[in-house]
Design a protein around this ligand. Structure first.
Ligand code: HEM
Ligand SMILES: *[C@@H]1O[C@H](CO)[C@@H](O)[C@H](O)[C@H]1NC(C)=O
Length: 317
C-alpha cells in the first residue's frame, strides 16, 4: 500500500497538476474504467428530483449516515441478511432514511454501462453531490475510489447524532469522525432542504426549549400535536423551497431552528460566529460546504483491495 501511494504521489508530481486527492481518493478514478459514470448518476438524480424535490435532501442525508458509520462504504445500503444487522433499523434511520430506490436505479444503469466497476459508496457520494447542486447549491469535484463494505454496523448507526444533542455532544460526535466545529456548522446547513418528523422536534416546540421564537413555535405546533401525529412532517427550514440557500442560518439567528440540535449551533456558544457569518454570506457557506462534503466523503474509506464493488447495493457479493 505504501509503495502504491508513493507511486501515485510521484505520478501526480510528474503530471505537474494538483491531483486533487483526498486521502487515497481521486477525482479522476473512473476516467478510464467508466468515463460516463458521472453523467449517468446526474441524469438519474435529476429525474428523481423532478418527481420529488425532497428526494435530493433524502439522498444527502443518506450519504451523511453512510459516512458516519464505518466510513463511506455503502454499509447503510445493506438490507438485513444472515450476518447483516441492517443499519436501516437504527434509531435515526428507521421510518426515516429514504432514497434507496434511487440508488438502486442509478446502480442498475451504471452496471449496464460499466460492469462490476463502480462502487455503491461512490455512487452515493456522487448522488449526494448532484443532489446539492441540482437543488441550487454548490457543485464540486467529488473524489472517488471508495469500495463497498462486506459488513454493516447497527450499533454504530445507533450512535448517529440525535436531534436532542447539545452543542458539546454534536461537537464530540463530529470530532470522533475527524470533523471540526466548522464542518459541523457548515454541514448542518444541509438542513436548508428536507423535512423532519414531529417526534424529532415535539419537545422543542412544546415548551422544552426557551430559545425559540414564539410565532414559529406556535406555527410548528400545528403539524405536531402534543400527543399523536408523530410522523407528520415539517420543513427543517421555512419557507420550504427545497432549494439550497443560507436561509437555514438566517432562521437560526431568528431562533427559528426546527430541531433542538440545530438551534444549539446558535445559542451563545462557539459556533455562533460561524452561523452569523453564513447567514450574511451565502457564498462562503457554499464554498465551505463543498470542502466539508469532500471531507465527510473521505471518512474511513475502503480503497485498493479492501472491501468489494457490490453488484447489488443491497447485498454483499
Ligand atoms: C449535526 C447533527 C445532525 C442531526 C442531529 C441531524 C438530525 C436530523 C433529523 C432528526 C432529521 C429529520 C429526519 C426525519 O424526521 O426523518 C434530519 C434530516 C435531514 N438531515 Fe440531518 N442531522 C444532522 C446533521 C446533518 C448533516 C451533516 C447532513 C448532511 C450533510 C444532514 C442532512 C439532512 C437532510 C438533508 C435532512 C432532510 C432529509 C429528508 O427530508 O428526507 N443532517 N436530520
Ligand atoms: C470541539 O471539538 C474539538 C475537536 O474538533 C475539541 O478540540 C474542542 O475542545 C471541542 N470544543 C468544545 C467546546 O467542546
Amino acid at each position: 500500500m505504501a509503495s502504491s501511494t508513493k507511486l501515485f504521489a510521484t505520478v501526480c508530481l510528474l503530471a505537474l497538476l494538483s491531483c486533487s486527492v483526498q486521502g487515497q481518493l481521486s477525482t479522476t478514478f473512473y476516467a478510464r474504467s467508466c468515463k460516463n459514470v458521472e453523467q449517468i448518476v446526474r441524469s438519474v438524480v435529476a429525474q428523481a428530483l423532478k418527481k420529488e424535490a425532497r428526494m435530493g435532501a433524502s439522498i444527502v442525508r443518506l450519504f451523511f449516515h453512510d459516512c458516519f458509520v464505518q466510513g463511506c462504504d455503502a454499509s447503510i445500503l445493506l438490507d438485513a441478511a444472515p450476518g447483516i444487522a441492517t443499519e436501516k433499523n437504527a434509531f435515526g434511520n428507521i421510518n426515516s432514511a429514504r432514497g434507496f430506490e434511487v440508488i438502486d436505479a442509478i446502480k442498475q444503469q451504471v452496471e449496464r454501462a460499466c460492469k462490476a466497476t463502480v462502487s455503491c459508496a461512490d455512487i452515493l457520494a456522487l448522488a449526494a453531490r448532484d443532489s446539492v447542486s441540482l437543488l441550487g447549491g454548490p457543485n464540486w469535484a467529488m473524489p472517488l475510489g471508495r469500495r463497498d463494505s462486506r459488513t454493516a454496523n447497527l450499533g454504530e448507526a445507533n450512535q448517529l447524532p440525535a436531534p436532542f444533542f447539545s452543542l458539546s455532544q454534536l461537537n464530540a460526535s463530529f470530532a470522533a469522525k475527524g470533523l471540526n466545529f466548522q464542518d459541523l456548522t457548515v454541514l448542518s446547513g444541509a438542513h436548508t432542504v428536507g423535512s423532519a418528523i414531529c417526534s424529532a422536534f415535539k419537545n422543542r416546540v412544546w415548551g422544552g426549549d426557551s430559545n425559540i421564537e414564539t410565532s414559529f413555535a406556535l406555527q410548528s405546533r400545528q403539524t405536531c400535536p402534543t400527543s399523536g401525529g408523530d410522523t407528520q412532517l415539517s420543513p427543517l427550514t421555512i419557507p420550504n423551497t427545497n432549494r439550497f440557500s443560507n436561509q437555514f442560518y438566517k432562521n437560526l439567528v431568528a431562533r427559528r431552528g426546527l430541531l433542538h440540535s440545530d438551534q444549539e449551533l446558535f445559542n451563545g456558544g462557539f459556533t455562533d460566529a460561524l452561523v452569523r457569518k453564513y447567514s450574511n454570506d451565502a457564498k462562503s457557506f457554499f464554498n465551505d460546504f463543498s470542502v466539508s462534503m469532500a471531507k465527510l466523503g473521505n471518512i474511513g474509506v475502503l480503497t485498493g483491495r479492501s472491501g468489494e464493488v457490490r453488484l447489488n447495493c443491497r447485498k454483499v457479493n
